[in-house]
Each structure stands twice: as structure tokens, then as C-alpha cells.
Design a protein around this ligand. Structure first.
Ligand code: SF4
Length: 141
């Protein structure tokens, strides 16, 4: 099995401490966090992913909005530049310590945070990064 993630969730997963939109959303996200922490691979997808699933039953899920798709494009460009390779949907990543540390280092410095512009969770994510990612649920088993 792989965890299907859209590009901007490669960033959001770095600061997940259990917060989210609804309890169904955070319950699902916690299960994904456990799978990633156990080393399950990530498969990059375009559009709504495994984290989005609990929101897709809403009347107008924000997951399909143009602004969110732009967020994916910004994240994809940043992560591709960081890794020095072209990345497309279907790409597979292993969420091991070296991958997560590299992303977190560059997230904390702001290098790969263009996708975060205008995000309602921005201050929380900045605080978590500033606190050396204390309490995050992915990659710290
Ligand atoms: S600020 Fe928003 S887009 Fe950026 S990592 Fe946090 S939740 Fe994701």
C-alpha cells in the first residue's frame, strides 16, 4: 500500500500535530500519520488525496478549488527544486528520516513554503516549525 498525497500535503504532513477541520478529518489524518511513520511509501497524486477523503462528502469541498490546486503547483515546484529533480504525479517518496529532515529544514527556513501563502493554518505551522517540530505525529515514532 502507498499513501496517496497531493503535492501541498508533502508540506502539511511536516507539521501535523493532530489539528484539523473536523474530528473525522483528524482521525483519518492520524491513521495516515501512523502509516507514514511506519515507513509506508507516498505516491504523489493530482487533486484530492487520502488526507482529503473525509471532506469530500461536503457540499463544496475546498479540495477542488483553484486556489488549492495552485497550492499544489507551488509545493511541487518548491519540492522539485529542493530535491533537484522533476516531479510528477505518480512519483513515489519514502518518508524516512533523511527525507523528512530535509523537508523540515527547508520548511523551517521558509524555502519551500510558497504554497503556504494565504493558508489559514499558516501561523500554527510557523509556530510548530519554530518550535523545532515538537509534537509532530509523522516521523517521530
Ligand atoms: S501553512 Fe497551510 S499549506 Fe502550509 S504546511 Fe501549514 S497547513 Fe499546509
Amino acid at each position: 500500500m502507498t499513501v496517496r498525497l497531493r503535492a501541498h500535503h508533502l508540506l502539511c504532513m511536516l507539521t501535523f500535530v493532530g489539528e484539523g477541520y473536523t474530528s473525522a478529518f483528524t482521525d483519518n489524518y492520524r491513521r495516515i500519520a501512523e502509516r507514514l511513520t511506519a515507513g509506508e511509501e507516498i505516491k504523489l497524486v493530482s487533486g484530492p488525496d487520502d488526507i482529503c477523503v473525509p471532506l469530500l462528502g461536503e457540499e463544496e469541498p475546498h479540495c477542488f478549488k483553484a486556489s488549492i490546486i495552485e497550492r499544489d503547483a507551488a509545493a511541487l515546484a518548491d519540492v522539485a527544486a529542493l530535491l533537484g529533480e522533476t516531479i510528477e504525479p505518480g512519483a513515489v517518496f519514502v518518508p524516512d528520516a533523511s527525507f523528512l529532515t530535509k523537508l523540515r529544514r527547508n520548511f523551517a527556513s521558509g524555502e519551500i513554503r510558497h504554497a503556504c501563502n494565504g493558508c489559514e493554518w499558516g501561523d500554527l505551522c510557523s509556530r510548530i516549525a519554530g518550535d523545532k517540530f515538537a509534537g509532530v505525529l509523522i516521523g517521530h515514532a
